[in-house]
Design a protein around this ligand. Sequence first.
Ligand SMILES: O=P(O)(O)OC[C@@H](O)[C@@H](O)c1c[nH]c2ccccc12
Length: 241
Amino acid sequence: MARDLPSAPDAAELFAKALRGPTIRVIAEVKRASPSKGAINLGIDAAAQAARYVEGGAAAISVLTEPSRFGGALGDLADVAARVAVPAIRKDFLVHPVQLWEARVRGAAAALLIVRALSPSELPLLMDAARECGLATLVEIRDEAELERALEVGATVIGVNNRNLETLIIDPTTAPTLIPRIPAHCVAVAESGMQTPDDVAPSALAGADAILVGSAISASADPASAVRALAAIPRSASTRR
Ligand SMILES: O=P(O)(O)OC[C@@H](O)[C@@H](O)c1c[nH]c2ccccc12
């Protein structure tokens, strides 16, 4: 199936373009459960949820495909990509190129790569594999050393996770502190722990182009309105380095 896919030389460019605009772009996540919260909304129909997010102005959809702790499935990715026109992102703990092909075959436009989860040789290998299979990447970092590693492998969409994946503790100052150090040619994404526009403000002021929100909108009774409120926040005029 992978061999029959059309080539996608401009995948990274298109993904970055979708995440920049006059207001903060929302990457809306389909998240049934998580290790920190347990059940969030176990009954979510991934495609229907994604359609509501897009109705609210979501610029991209993040689909958790990890089954045991997040209640995700690769089938969700296929369902979402078939339903909505915005980029679908495979969100998982990806460690092998075959997982990127799995994502692309199911219609994903991008995949998450977590710098902290990958060795110095694995990260460039997976970046190259993503380019080869026509997938854009969202490269996740949590400190300055990881930012340097992301830049070294040519990441152009960089997410700063407020959540420490080892302790599961949210530090809302992480993204606002690191985002000003992300070069202006990259898209800067603030991730995790945001529910209201007030929660997004510090990252917006720091120069974020986009935010990644999961739990709050997955639990919401009105996901379209929940996304709409977050998608209306102006992007800061402040230029990054
Ligand atoms: O549900 P939240 O706090 O809005 O967070 C969403 C997203 O940032 C989070 O799901 C996430 C960020 N990086 C990850 C890596 C793996 C699994 C999950 C994640």
